[in-house]
Design a protein around this ligand. Sequence first.
Ligand SMILES: C[S@@+](CC[C@H](N)C(=O)[O-])C[C@H]1O[C@@H](n2cnc3c(N)ncnc32)[C@H](O)[C@@H]1O
Length: 244
Amino acid sequence: MKLLVDRKNRKYVVHDKEFHTEKGVIPEEDIKNAEVGDVLETHLGKKYTVIEPNINDYIELMKRKCSIILPQDLGLVTGFTGIGYGSKIVESGTGAGSSLLFFANIIGPEGHISSYEIREDFVEIIKENIAGTDFENITLYNQDVTEGFKEEDNSIDLVFLDLPKPSEVIEDSYRILKTGGFIAVYTPYVEQFQIVSKVLGKTGFKHIAIREGNVRELEIKNNKTRPNSRMAGHTGYITFARKM
Ligand SMILES: C[S@@+](CC[C@H](N)C(=O)[O-])C[C@H]1O[C@@H](n2cnc3c(N)ncnc32)[C@H](O)[C@@H]1O
């Protein structure tokens, strides 16, 4: 798989086949022989740079049928929980697999991530999305997560929840987390994190903190530099806590 990027930063996944664009065609032979850094041109002169997709490119272009977690929120979870090479993570729901693949990439072959998704039709899409990568550190369960995690007690570094009712699995999350391990719960609404933080406290979690990952992109223009007026105004709140 290769990625073609045009001058407006639009990205296209190409396999070893003729590539049709609104501004002409790139022959199969050119795609097959292309190397990272090459610039390919259609017969009408439109140019595309060839790159290898990184994890964010891959997530942006993969199949999905639900809203996914964006890089600014995944960055926040990574930064505040300190997960890294070799970490053990459990998450639910899997959705399209955005958080799953992002974390799988960070923890590497020495780490492991299990993900629980209730919907069979979503699981089919997630399997396809996983198959397009070479990660071997993922276990996917087509299961209602409220039936209980399969992981052993005190074995996990991070539980990440992106569910309509995350409170239902907070107690089981506490069970599987190592002492010192983190839970991070993503919720779009204030009313949800109010419930989540109460349940976390009652369950025995400490250091409860709610954070938001607002990113402001600046538009740079001659004497007219300002924040972009078409940014995502809100994604979600992330409630963090630690088993102590
Ligand atoms: C917003 S999506 C998750 C998106 C995902 N984090 C991503 O980045 O692609 C929420 C998911 O939770 C799943 N879900 C809801 N209740 C569940 C449950 N009880 N057990 C497992 N999955 C559940 C939904 O089917 C949906 O796929």
